[in-house]
Design a protein around this ligand. Structure first.
Ligand code: HPA
Ligand code: ZN
Length: 318
């Protein structure tokens, strides 16, 4: 099996429908019927509706133990598919929405990573993310919490959420707080918005990587700049097709970006929502993009090069 590495998965979005139902029962919560479809999968219609259902499902994650369970289950599933390294994005704003402190959410995630590592050998790291549509003040607050609670497994900072609200420039102060503390950064751009959104993120934020970034393909100069600056792209093809960014695999620019010299990695984003997993992303890259095992091993090496882990860990993973 080709070893796999993942840089882009939202932890709250990695909880399976079964686990979400179990956590809801643990807290005697009733989720709205329309959260699930007739097969018990998450039900959503477009990107903004996906973000809403994601918020509803995330509201069952309420204690450190819940965060531990989501993290442990996700990493063990990844390990079973041959993943050796996974970065999970955590969202203190989702924790705060259910009354959980930053420290409590972190404690649970760390426990999940450590237990999964001791049972399977998989390495996990945490990218703490702010949520763009919640606004720059929340972003600064999350950044301050990251710096106030340093932890060896928190190795980066990022931003998700609705790319069509606010501008990356609004979040420069938040990113500067964590960047000044020495943490590397990534941000979603070029997913639901086009090349200008990628350009804005590169201009405004101290990012070494981009979440998605794929719509940079609309501007050849920008593609060249991504290649020249060796920006690592956290590409999530299954997610892009599920949310309608591209119609199908033939329309997806992964190969074109790679041929233009961009650094490409494969990622699942929010696996149960998008009917995917890190294993399935690698499988589909093989069958639908035609990447052979050597090419897939190079994708994994690109992910390890771009990982926000310490150099010794990265060397061991290579
Ligand atoms: N895109 C942007 N923000 C998100 C996503 C996503 O796929 N999942 C959770 N937050
Ligand atoms: Zn994402």
């Amino acid at each position: 099996m080709v070893p796999k590495a993942e840089l882009h998965c939202h932890l709250e979005g990695a909880a399976s429908p079964d686990l979400v139902r179990r956590l809801a029962a643990r807290h005697s919560m009733a989720l709205p019927d329309e959260t699930f479809d007739e097969n018990g999968n998450f039900a959503w219609s477009d990107f903004l509706h996906f973000l809403k259902v994601y918020d509803i499902a995330s509201s069952v994650i309420r204690t450190p133990e819940d965060y531990r369970d989501v993290t442990y289950q996700y990493l063990m599933d990844c390990a079973a598919e041959g993943a050796i390294y996974v970065e999970v994005m955590s969202s203190p704003d989702h924790a705060a929405a259910v009354g959980m402190s930053y420290a409590d959410h972190l404690e649970g995630i760390v426990a999940g990573i450590e237990e999964a590592r001791s049972e399977s050998g998989i390495e996990g790291r945490i990218i703490v993310t702010c949520v763009r549509h919640l606004g720059p003040e929340r972003g600064v607050e999350v950044a301050r919490q990251v710096v106030a609670h340093p932890h060896e497994l928190v190795t980066g900072f990022g931003m998700g959420g609705d790319e069509n609200t606010y501008s990356p420039h609004d979040f420069t102060p938040a990113f500067e707080i964590v960047h000044a503390a020495g943490l590397p950064c990534t941000a979603h751009a070029g997913e639901v918005a086009g090349a200008q959104s990628v350009r804005d993120a590169l201009d405004a934020l101290p990012v070494q990587r981009l979440g998605h970034g794929v719509r940079a393909i609309e501007d050849p100069d920008l593609v060249r700049e991504l290649a020249d600056r060796e920006i690592v792209l956290e590409v999530c093809p299954g997610s892009n097709i599920a949310t309608g960014v591209f119609e199908n695999y033939s329309a997806h620019p992964l190969l074109a970006l790679q041929e233009a010299g961009c650094r490409i990695t494969l990622n699942s984003d929010d696996p149960p929502y998008f009917d995917t997993s890190i294993g399935r992303e690698y499988d589909r890259a093989s069958t639908l993009f035609g990447l052979d095992d050597d090419a897939l091993r190079r994708v994994t090496l690109t992910a390890i090069d771009g990982a926000f882990a310490d150099p010794e860990t990265k060397e061991k993973l290579r």
